[in-house]
Design a protein around this ligand. Sequence first.
Ligand code: SF4
Length: 125
Amino acid sequence: MNTKTKKITCISCPFGCTLELVCQNKELTKISGNKCQRGHIYAKNEFYNPKRMLTSTIKLIDGTIFQLPVRTKEPIPKGKIKEAMLALKTLSTKAPIQTGTVLVPDLVETGVALIATRSVKKSDT
Ligand code: SF4
């Protein structure tokens, strides 16, 4: 039987509990160290389908700044981060733009939108 143990930090609240995950044959068999149920859920998600929020910038045309800060509206699968970063390199948008504007409704087929995280006015020049 192939048993492995892994320690991760729960980031669901400021306590930052250290969780110990035991897996056998690629199945999660035990979770310990969590002080609450949220930690249990976090550990399961991290094991079977880890997700991360993606924050970055894209090219902005005609704005008072040249790069627009953006983020995914929700976390996306960790395995899609590289593909999403490459997609962002090809993206651009025009000022003016408002915080929260949806720039891409479904980023790299994750079902998650990419949104602007800053309002930018159109440049005078
Ligand atoms: S296990 Fe519960 S108490 Fe511990 S960090 Fe996670 S959410 Fe917070």
